[in-house]
Ligand binder design. Structure first.
Ligand SMILES: Nc1ncnc2c1ncn2[C@@H]1O[C@H](COP(=O)(O)OP(=O)(O)OP(=O)(O)O)[C@@H](O)[C@H]1O
Ligand code: SF4
Ligand SMILES: [Mg+2]
Length: 341
């Protein structure tokens, strides 16, 4: 099949030395959705004022319960959604300034997304080779047919599918869930990514194969220097693989910092609640039972005040009238809570 896409800029991504410009950085990134019809005037605040960054060779876990806005952040980074406000910088350059198809395609290759559902994300009518080779044709136009075949085999090996030739000939229905998810990563690798946005990549897999996919992310970071935004509602798996944790609640960042420090010294009551549900000796003392009554986050026109106040046992009057801002509480570790110390 002839591909109409123009050749890509093919220079190697520049390594980001520690402390240098991150791969992506968001500034006040916000996405609202209108709800209740065009004239209702009501808006769902899926992501509000998100400031996060992901550097070279880094695994950042974005953690939070269902509906907290994790996928919205990933889709904004992948340019599936347009921001309502704020911006995304890629190596310091605003995505909004990328005007040409060529630039946007190059960005999509450098920052691809891997989806939650390894069944839905692969076409059942094509062999594995089709998706990987198509991605190579799209993003690596300098390769000859023979080089593409070699590269497809190398990529399959790097995601642990050997012998690669055999796997390239298979159809998705001939693969297990874990193998399908590895194919999802293989397709992302074909464009030589710097950062993979992995949206709940293990949540639909059996517990027994989850660890293999988490190890794959760790391996790809170690061997190929690829960064990950690892999205999960499971803080236990985040603690296994991430360097940094970003905890979201009701469209806002509640807490972020080095994974070890956030886990050992969770500052935000919501992070404490998440950790109290994980059977681990390092988890802090559970919150009082009253806070464990599940209350859906209020994200439609939430107004001022802390969005966690309905569930928070430490809420004070100020929490109802003033939205807490992220503030540093430990080195590189910040939380958005009026009372956290
Ligand atoms: N396209 C959309 N139109 C309207 N509302 C949306 C849209 N996408 C997301 N939302 C809403 O935004 C909020 C955040 O959704 P999002 O999918 O980002 O949450 P999540 O943290 O990824 O949840 P989950 O863990 O269930 O995947 C939810 O209330 C959701 O209903
Ligand atoms: S700001 Fe108030 S309501 Fe929000 S988490 Fe802190 S104490 Fe609880
Ligand atoms: Mg999601």
């Amino acid at each position: 099949m002839a591909l109409e896409h123009p050749a890509l800029p093919l220079e190697e991504p520049k390594a980001t030395p520690t402390g240098a410009e991150p791969i992506v950085k968001t500034l006040g990134l916000t996405r609202h959705f209108r709800v209740g019809g065009p004239f209702s005037g009501r808006h769902l605040h899926a992501a509000d004022d998100i400031n996060l960054s992901i550097g070279a060779n880094e695994i950042v876990a974005l953690v939070g319960e269902s509906g907290s806005g994790k996928s919205t952040v990933a889709r904004l980074l992948a340019r599936v959604y347009k921001p309502t406000a704020g911006k995304i910088l890629y190596h310091g350059r605003s995505l909004g300034s990328m005007r040409t198809h060529r630039e946007r395609l190059a960005y999509a290759g450098r920052v691809p997304m891997v989806f939650q559902d390894p069944y839905g994300s692969l076409s059942p009518v094509y062999r594995v080779a089709h998706g990987v080779v198509r991605a190579l044709k799209l993003h690596r136009r300098e390769l000859s047919g023979q080089q593409r075949a070699q590269e497809a085999e190398r990529i399959l090996k790097s995601v642990g599918l050997t012998p690669p030739r055999e796997f390239l000939r298979k159809y998705p229905y001939e693969l297990s869930g874990g193998q399908r998810q590895r194919i999802g990563f293989a397709q992302a690798l074909a464009s030589r990514p710097e950062l993979i946005l992995a949206d709940e990549p293990v949540s639909m897999l059996d517990v027994s194969v989850r660890i293999g996919v988490l190890n794959l992310m760790a391996d790809l970071r170690r061997k190929e220097g690829i960064s990950f935004l690892y999205i999960t509602h499971d803080i236990a798996s985040a603690r296994y693989v991430a360097d940094r944790l970003v905890v979201m609640y009701a469209g806002k960042i509640a807490e972020q910092g080095p994974a070890e420090d956030v886990l050992a010294n969770p500052k935000h009551p919501y992070t404490q609640l998440l950790l109290s549900a994980v059977p681990d000796p390092r988890a802090p003392v559970s919150l009082p039972a009253s806070s464990e009554v599940a209350e859906p986050p209020r994200v439609i026109d939430p107004g001022e005040g802390c969005r966690f106040r309905w569930r928070c046992p430490y809420a004070i009057e100020r929490c109802s009238v003033e939205t807490p801002q992220l503030r540093p509480l430990r080195p590189a570790h910040e939380a958005a809570c009026h009372v956290a110390k």
